[in-house]
Design a protein around this ligand. Structure first.
Ligand SMILES: [Cu+2]
Length: 173
């Protein structure tokens, strides 16, 4: 039941129709956050609320990036994030991060469960929305639309704000 939806979203994005994605968001009655509207941004689809979607800037040579957000299920039934898509990347996957033999690896997930009344936080070093084959590097201060597809709450377009990379451990020079 979900597969045809997912496929059609991917096909549309394959033709890089940012306009369609925006029209889709407007059709759902969503208001896109303007520039600088980052703080406290939240987006709702039914009883699902998504807070503060964010990505970090990527170096010029980087092909991939990641997006992070908080999903709050205010309903009385469990829901699942099934897929996501964006005009900013050719493909989007849901990933978890696991450590095997001291090495951090990313694993594709078929879905991310959000329990009834529960909150799931996608964050660096954990579950994330993986952006594969970026159309262009993510620049701090920019933003892009990301459509999340939930099993029950349906499609929800959110605006992801790009923040400068901050050193969090080993990668800072
Ligand atoms: Cu990943």
């Amino acid at each position: 039941m979900i597969d045809p939806v997912r496929r059609s979203l991917l096909c549309r994005l394959g033709r890089s129709s940012a306009g369609l994605a925006v029209a889709f968001g407007l059709a759902l009655g969503l208001v896109l956050a303007g520039p600088g509207g980052a703080a406290g941004a939240e987006f709702n689809a039914g009883t699902m609320r998504v807070h503060t979607p964010v990505a970090f800037s990527t170096p010029a040579a980087a092909r991939n990036g990641a997006a992070y957000l908080i999903m709050q299920n205010r309903g009385s039934a469990a829901d699942r994030l099934m897929s996501a898509s964006t005009p900013a990347a050719a493909r989007v996957e849901l990933h978890s991060t696991v450590t095997e033999g001291g090495v951090m690896k990313m694993r594709p997930l078929t879905a991310i469960d959000i329990p009834a009344g529960g909150t799931v936080r996608l964050q660096r070093g954990g579950q994330h929305v993986m952006l594969l084959d970026l159309r262009e590097p993510l620049k701090a201060g920019a933003s892009f639309p990301l459509t999340l597809v939930f099993e029950k709450a349906g499609a929800l377009e959110v605006t992801v704000n790009v923040e400068p990379v901050r050193g969090t451990g080993g990668h800072h020079h």
